[in-house]
Design a protein around this ligand. Sequence first.
Ligand code: HEC
Ligand code: HEC
Ligand code: HEC
Ligand code: HEC
Length: 489
Amino acid sequence: MKRWFWLAALAALAALAVGAWLVLKPRPALAPGHPLTIFLTCDVHGRLVPCGCFSGQLGGLTRIATLFGPATSDQIRVDAGDAIAGSADYERIQYRYIQQAFGKLGYDALNIGHREAHLNAAQLRDLKAHSPVTMLSANLLDKATGAPIFDTHKVIDRDGWRVALVGVLDGRSLGEGLGDGLAVEDMEVTLRRLLPQLKGRADFIVLLAFADEAALTNLARQFYELDVILGGKVRQPSQQLIKENRSLILATTNEARAVGYLQATWRAPHLLAPLKGEVQLVDERIPQDPDIAALAIAYREEIRQTKLAIDDPATLREDMVPGVQPHNNYAGTQSCVQCHPSAAKAWLQSGHARAFATLVSFQADADPNCISCHTVGFGTTTGYRREAGVSSPLINVGCESCHGPGGEHVKMRAAGGNGDAHFRPVGAGDCQKCHHGEFSRPFDYATFWPDIAHGKEPAAPLDTTRPPPGLIDGPAPAPVPKTSIVPKK
Ligand code: HEC
Ligand code: HEC
Ligand code: HEC
Ligand code: HEC
């Protein structure tokens, strides 16, 4: 027999042996000192990338990717829920890219939060079908059949230890918001049934619970089987790792601006010795990962090509009574400049007049998440429309972004009659519709206003015969509360 045949046969045998060893390799000894690190996100809220609205911006999966680095076999990576931004069609499309990002980041499971549970059963099944990462929820059920929509749990192997990941959400505060065709079972009822089934099948149990601080502690008190509980629907990220009954508890939130780390040593089944547990801020010095940034660009390109509900005037929010026309329409900044030259000059010199160009340079000019604050009246029947693009008279933060629709005012002023349609008074509350939270440097009217200051034309004649101004736009909106993390300057 030829020698090469035997060589090949030997090589094949060797390969088989290596394969068999890989499959059958003995579990590592239950030696102490072997650490496990759990990476936790919650409330990513659609933040694939930080929006870039001001330089001190925190957060974004692009930065979280850099912070986490490549996934290794002594890690577990999970999201505890509320990764989606909302229920709108573009938010569901964006969520698919977020799922892909989680996939690239090596996530082991994504739990369902309240925002996901606002979708209907069919939409959730669709997201499940496309997800590269297992989606978990043991107590979100199909209302008709009572069967869980997602996997109830998943057992993964880490260094020879079997770790069960279980997902639940607290349905109590969901109320009316629960999506069509869904039901939520009480978390305790679900766990009382499920946990005994995991006995003997897992060395450790990690619960992902979209629930508030009190509910997380309650779960720890009721279920001694839970080694780790990760959440949640909390007001702020955990200040420290909590030990309650036999569980380690850690929670994070804040729109992808804070992530949780839990490090512990395996000792024996159901015996984890905590090394550290902390929440880290995803600050602006962390470079953005180009792979995840590319997903954000891909999302924005897809959204540009897709017709959305918000593009159809018949479905828009303003004056939702069918058949009723809006009482006033947007005229566009250009139609104001002729009669208000000094205001127009101040405006042209301000950043407001460049707000749309900014989005174009970020390829974000068709993204509904962005254009609402960088155009005039987007999302209302006569406001900016996506298909119009740069040629629209309603691009940029125009006069009417602050003063409200001026169609009637223009018509009446141009006709020169005695009647007039007045604008409501404008002030700091109007600025804060856009200048709030992560979208702005901390807003202070007294320092911001001088940069865009303008008013009546100096030569404007004072007409005392006019009746006192009536309001055409209703009362000014209440100021938007600041978010709990004040970003650094
Ligand atoms: C809630 C309103 C709002 C939304 C939504 C919004 N922006 Fe902004 N954006 C602002 C405000 C306000 C500023 C000015 C911030 C300041 O001057 O401190 C700004 C500024 C910016 C800037 C900096 C411009 C410059 O020249 O410094 C960029 C870039 C930007 N936004 C991009 C985006 C992108 C991309 C999105 C969508 C992901 C987005 N914005 C969504 C309100 C918003
Ligand atoms: C045909 C001329 C004309 C046009 C076009 C026009 N205005 Fe006026 N506007 C006036 C005059 C005249 C006044 C009353 C004098 C004054 O208050 O300066 C006025 C008053 C105002 C006021 C003061 C408050 C009020 O309710 O009277 C605001 C705000 C205003 N205009 C905004 C706008 C905006 C925004 C546009 C574009 C959508 C616009 N104007 C277009 C002529 C015009
Ligand atoms: C419709 C959303 C919106 C409203 C309302 C709004 N802004 Fe802005 N503002 C923006 C955006 C977007 C930018 C960033 C523009 C850019 O550079 O792309 C900005 C930038 C600014 C800037 C920095 C740019 C510059 O010109 O120096 C100042 C100052 C400012 N706004 C003041 C105000 C004040 C004061 C108010 C209220 C009277 C206000 N804004 C209301 C969206 C808004
Ligand atoms: C970023 C928000 C914003 C934009 C954009 C803006 N304004 Fe104003 N405007 C204000 C505020 C706020 C006041 C009231 C300031 C005050 O009285 O302290 C004001 C005042 C005025 C007044 C005087 C109103 C009165 O009753 O005294 C006129 C007229 C006016 N704006 C016209 C315009 C025109 C025309 C444009 C577009 C070229 C424009 N504004 C763009 C916020 C804005």
